[in-house]
Design a protein around this ligand. Structure first.
Ligand SMILES: *Cc1c(COP(=O)(O)O)cnc(C)c1O
Length: 363
């Protein structure tokens, strides 16, 4: 069976380091926001070129805390894409604001900047671009629109750790970057974990530190209402070990992706990487009107494939209160019916990539 991702194989490469570091943490008996978290935050901020980086409990919390830190509240509107993981939009609902969708560019799977301005109203306060599947959204155009309309930007970087535009990392373009270290993400913990970067306005960092810790900077004084959303030492210990290898992991993903594309490019619609963009292939996602047939064919040969995402967020039952109907965001809807993500991870054998690509190219 070829799986989407082989986490066991990745663990075997770092087993000794992980056991040693976890043992240190256990023996230290400091389990939450300790020295490993501090070291990880510092190393990550440096790697990403961010003013500061702050560990939190998950990517979902990072998005939620970002909107809290920026003061987004009931009555506000936040623009985002309907073609994303549900958590992007949930975070907007958590703070009482209204999600306003803008359709995507089907070539990049990312929010279409040309369609943003027509959705801006007096109530619009922020934009959440998602760097879908590891390809950065068009940040130059999005930043330009945001500054013209005085809007905040929260980047959803859950799938884009290490992705960049002209060498500038995702998570450093907007006001706050929200990262997830869910185990299958490019940088994955052994449980839930997340991180927030601050770029333009470093003065947000002390507020975020309070918000992740019950609104307190310490000594049981609570200045604001926050969450309990801290990164724990065990996860930080693992993430530090993997952070040292993230360039190699992402380069390996890029090589596997290039191999897929080389074999399939004349037969099926392969992912694009615009000039100057560094795609980190959290997913390698093709488009085909024959998607379901391809999926069944792969399954019959014991090869996994996954549909990210079969139902766009505006069509989810939980979002029915927004009053959307089929046809409101035609690109997101069409793409949802055509996408298929193929196995990709730093550890997948080239021979497996070749086999999968040849099956699809020959279909
Ligand atoms: C994974 C993911 C999240 C949520 O991250 P968690 O750590 O699972 O809470 C948010 N947005 C996108 C686009 C994601 O892929």
């Amino acid at each position: 069976m070829i799986q989407m991702i082989n986490l066991k194989k990745q663990f075997e490469e770092i087993r000794e380091d992980v056991i040693k570091s976890l043992t240190e943490v256990i023996e230290s008996s400091t389990y939450i926001l300790g020295p490993k978290v501090a070291e990880f935050e510092k190393s990550t901020a440096k790697y990403l070129g961010a003013a500061d980086a702050l560990g939190v409990a998950s990517g979902t919390d990072a998005l939620h805390l970002a909107l809290m830190a920026l003061g987004i509240k009931e009555g506000d509107e936040v623009i985002t894409t309907p073609f994303t993981f549900f958590a992007t939009v949930e975070s907007i609902v958590y703070v009482g604001a209204r999600p306003v969708f803008v359709d995507i560019d089907p070539e990049t799977f990312n929010i279409d900047p040309a369609k943003i301005e027509e959705r801006i109203t007096k109530r619009t306060k922020a934009i959440i671009p998602v760097h879908m599947f590891g390809l950065p959204a068009e940040m130059a155009r999005i930043n330009e629109i945001a500054s013209r309309h005085n809007l905040k930007i929260v980047e959803d970087c859950a799938q884009s750790f290490g992705a960049s535009i002209k060498g500038k990392m995702t998570g450093t373009f907007g006001d706050i970057g929200a990262f997830s270290f869910y185990p299958s993400k490019n940088l994955g913990a052994f449980g839930d974990a997340g991180l927030m970067t601050v770029a333009r306005d470093a003065s947000l960092a002390p507020l975020i530190k309070k918000l992740r810790n019950h609104g307190s900077a310490g000594a049981y004084k609570h200045d604001v209402i926050g969450l309990n959303s801290r990164l724990d030492e065990m996860q930080a210990a693992i993430l530090l070990i993997k952070l040292k290898r993230i360039e190699a992991y992402n380069e390996a993903r890029r090589r596997k992706a290039a191999l897929y594309t080389e074999i399939m490019k004349n037969k099926v619609d392969c992912p694009k990487e615009p000039e100057g963009y560094r795609h980190v292939y959290h997913q390698y996602t093709i488009k085909s009107p024959q998607r379901d047939k391809l999926k069944d064919m792969l399954a019959s040969k014991e090869i996994a494939s996954t549909i990210y995402y079969p139902v766009p967020v505006h069509m989810q039952p939980a979002m029915s209160g927004l009053g959307h109907k089929k046809g409101d965001f035609p690109m997101a809807e069409r793409v949802s019916s055509e996408v298929l993500s193929l196995p990709i991870c730093p550890c997948i054998d080239d021979s497996d990539v070749r086999r999968i690509a040849e099956i699809i190219a020959g279909a």
